[in-house]
Design a binder for this molecule. Structure first.
Ligand SMILES: [Zn+2]
Length: 371
C-alpha cells in the first residue's frame, strides 16, 4: 500500500485522526481476496444499519453475525436481508439484571433460536464482577455460575454454538483491574472457560482472539487443549495495538497452524444515536455525532483490520486508542494511537481468516444473485 493516504478536508474525530476519506480508502485498498464474513458485530438501529450496509459493501464484507436486541431482529432483516445473522444475548437493558441473566435469558435464547439464531453469547469479562455486585448477585456472570449452566444446557439442547468473552486487554489488568483480590489474575479467568470447554463439546468462539492477542503462545496451548475452540479477531483497537507487536512471520505461522480455527470479526457497534448531535447520550453513542462521524466510526474498523492483515502499512493507526494514556498518562493523551504494522498475510491465509473458517463453522454464504 502506498504511503499517500487519501486525506480530505480537516475532519478529525477519534476514528479518523488524519482526516482520511474512508470511501476513497476502500477503493484504494481494492476488494479483499475473498468476500469477508464478520462474525462479531453489534448492529442496532435502522438508519445506522443502512449506513453500515454501505460500509460493508465498500470494504467487501458479505455477511455479519450480530448481537442485536431481540426486538430489532425483523427491522434489521428488512434492511440487511440475508447479510445479517443473529447471536442470542441477554436483555442488557433490563432493570432486573438477575432475571435478565437468569430465567429471562432462557426465554430469550428460545426466542432468538426461533428467529433463526444459531449462536449464543456468554459474556464474562472481568468488569462483569462489578456489574454482578451492583446487581446484588455476585458471580452472576461467571462462566460456570448456576444460571449460566442452565442457559448452556438449553442452548446445547437447541444445537447452538457458544460465543464467549473472557478476560480483557493486559493494559486493563495493569490499571483498572490492578486489584487482583477483586478481579483475579488474567490467567485465572481461563479456568472456568477451560472447564466449560470440556463440559460442552459443541464449537465455541472466544472473542477478541480469546482475550489474549498479547500472547500467541498461550493461545496456541489453549487451542491445542480444546479441539472445539475457535477465536475471532474482533475488537479493532485492541487487535491493532497488540497484533502489530508480533512479527508478520509469527502471526502467519500461528494462523497457518490454526487454520480454520480463527475467524474474522470487527466488534463494530452501530446505533442510530451515532447519527445525531450529542444531546443526552450515553458513552457508547457519544462516539459519533453525525452521519459523517458514524460512517468514520464503522468504516475505520474495517480499514484498520484490513490494513493490518493485507498491507505493509507502517505508521500510526488513524483510530485513537485511550488505553495508551490509561497506562502511561505522562507520555500519551486520549487522541494518541499506537503503531499499526501491516502484516501482508499471504492470500491463502487471508482467505481462510476472512471466509473459509466461518464457512466451515457456520455454513456457506446464502445464494446471492450474481452481481
Ligand atoms: Zn463484542
Amino acid at each position: 500500500m502506498s504511503a499517500s493516504p487519501t486525506a480530505r478536508s480537516p475532519f478529525v474525530n477519534p476514528s479518523n485522526r488524519f482526516g482520511l476519506d474512508y470511501e476513497a480508502e476502500a477503493a484504494r485498498l481494492g476488494p479483499p481476496p475473498v468476500a469477508i464474513s464478520d462474525v462479531h458485530t453489534h448492529i442496532a438501529g435502522r438508519k445506522a444499519a443502512r449506513l453500515f450496509q454501505r460500509v460493508m459493501s465498500l470494504y467487501g464484507i458479505e455477511r455479519c453475525w450480530s448481537m442485536s436486541p431481540l426486538e430489532q431482529v425483523e427491522p434489521l432483516q428488512d434492511v440487511l436481508g440475508d447479510a445479517i445473522q443473529f447471536i442470542a444475548v441477554p436483555d442488557y437493558w433490563s432493570k432486573d439484571r438477575s432475571h435478565a441473566h437468569g430465567k429471562g435469558f432462557l426465554d430469550r435464547i428460545r426466542a432468538y433460536h426461533a428467529k433463526g439464531a444459531r449462536i449464543v453469547k456468554f459474556w464474562s469479562a472481568p468488569r462483569g464482577i462489578d456489574y454482578a455486585a451492583e446487581s446484588g448477585a455476585p458471580g452472576l456472570l461467571r462462566l460456570d455460575s448456576e444460571s449460566r449452566i442452565e442457559a448452556m444446557d438449553l442452548a446445547s439442547s437447541l444445537g447452538m454454538l457458544f460465543m464467549t468473552h473472557v478476560a480483557d486487554p493486559d493494559t486493563w489488568f495493569a490499571t483498572k483491574y490492578a486489584d487482583a483480590e477483586r478481579y483475579g489474575s488474567k490467567r485465572s479467568h481461563y479456568e472456568p472457560l477451560e472447564r466449560m470447554l470440556e463440559r460442552y463439546a459443541q464449537p465455541w468462539i472466544a472473542a477478541h482472539l480469546g482475550g489474549w492477542p498479547e500472547d500467541l503462545e498461550f493461545l496456541d496451548g489453549l487451542l491445542a487443549r480444546h479441539d472445539n475452540l475457535h477465536l475471532d479477531s474482533s475488537a479493532t483497537k485492541w487487535m491493532v495495538r497488540e497484533l502489530s507487536r508480533h512479527s508478520a512471520a509469527d502471526l502467519e505461522s500461528f494462523l497457518r497452524k490454526w487454520s480454520g480455527r480463527v475467524l474474522f470479526g470487527s466488534d463494530i457497534v452501530t446505533s442510530d444515536e451515532h447519527l445525531v448531535p450529542a444531546a443526552e447520550k450515553n458513552e457508547m453513542a457519544s462516539k459519533g455525532n453525525s452521519p459523517e462521524e458514524a460512517f468514520d466510526l464503522y468504516a475505520s474498523r474495517y480499514w484498520a483490520l484490513r490494513t493490518l492483515f493485507e498491507t505493509d502499512y507502517l505508521g500510526e493507526s488513524p483510530i485513537a486508542d485511550p488505553d495508551l494514556a490509561m497506562v502511561d498518562p505522562a507520555r500519551f493523551g486520549p487522541m494518541d494511537a499506537p503503531e499499526l504494522v501491516g502484516k501482508r498475510l499471504p492470500r491463502d491465509v487471508l482467505e481462510m481468516l476472512y471466509h473459509g473458517a466461518a464457512a466451515r463453522l457456520l455454513g456457506p454464504s446464502p445464494q446471492t444473485p450474481s452481481r
